[in-house]
Design a protein around this ligand. Structure first.
Ligand code: ZN
Ligand code: FE
Length: 260
């Protein structure tokens, strides 16, 4: 068995109130995705006696990149990220369709440009895993800070085409709040109640609800279900006019969620 057949562990390191810094690790080394804060990462690496081998960044927001510089002060490692000067620490800038090999782990990731939350947001997809930052959340999606509903729709549609079993590692623990909204935007979806009780049980034990997977998201995430009659009806009811195309449905439920 070659090294690339071995799926390493992926561990969430918590940061701030609800960020996850996903840490790909084996017994010696670790790579981190979106280290918004260096402190919890350095504590984890020290406690587990791990050496940092790479940093991956999905987008430029401080809660995802704020720890880059301090980590680089401790470990001279490559930083993989988008073409965006707002992340000055990136050493290997990646565009849509490009592949990168994660050092030490020899895992191949494909880069997907998924604008919507920010204009230069990327995801890393490989080994059955998707690191999607703040674009796709369990039962939700990121706010449209720099992108249009059309861009977010296209990005989410692209992610929804990945295999159902793809594990989805999101940047935040927003699942319960997202489900509460999803039940309003997709009121006839029985899968949401089941997901809610599972997620609630995990949160009651202070465990992450993530990773999700693409199959679960297609079944429960209203932002991936903008062509579903139930979501169209709820979005139209909230907007006060008949919405017919999925992009206007996404725009309407994103607006709705902003004030929910
Ligand atoms: Zn963000
Ligand atoms: Fe974030």
């Amino acid at each position: 068995m070659s090294r690339s057949d071995v799926i390493p562990d992926v561990i969430p390191v918590s940061a701030f109130s609800d960020n996850y810094i996903w840490t790909i690790r084996d017994s010696k080394c670790a790579a981190v995705v979106d280290p918004g804060d260096a402190r919890p990462v350095l504590d984890y690496l020290k406690r587990e006696k791990l050496e940092l081998v790479a940093i991956l960044n999905t987008h430029h927001h401080a809660d995802h990149v704020g720890g880059n510089a301090e980590l680089l002060g401790h470990f001279k490692v490559p930083v993989f990220g988008p073409h965006d000067p707002r992340i000055p620490e990136v050493t290997q800038r990646l565009a849509d369709g490009e592949r990168m090999i994660l050092p030490h782990f020899e895992l191949a990731f494909e880069v997907l440009e998924i604008p919507g939350h920010t204009r230069s947001h990327i995801a890393f997809y490989g080994a059955g895993m998707l690191f999607c930052g703040d674009t796709l959340f369990a039962a939700g999606c990121g706010r449209l800070f720099e992108g249009t509903p059309q861009q977010m729709h296209d990005s989410l549609t692209r992610l929804a085409r990945l295999p159902d079993a793809t594990r989805v590692y999101c940047g935040h623990e927003y699942t319960l709040a997202n489900i509460r909204f999803a039940k309003a935007a997709d009121p006839d979806n029985p899968a949401l109640c089941k997901l809610e009780s599972r997620a609630q049980q995990l949160r009651d034990r202070d465990l992450p609800t993530l990773p999700s997977d693409i199959g679960q998201e297609k079944a429960t995430n209203p932002f991936l279900r903008c062509s579903d009659p139930g979501v169209i009806a709820a979005a139209s009811g909230h907007a006060g006019r008949r919405l017919s195309d999925p992009v206007s449905v996404l725009a309407a439920i994103r607006e709705w969620k902003n004030g929910f």
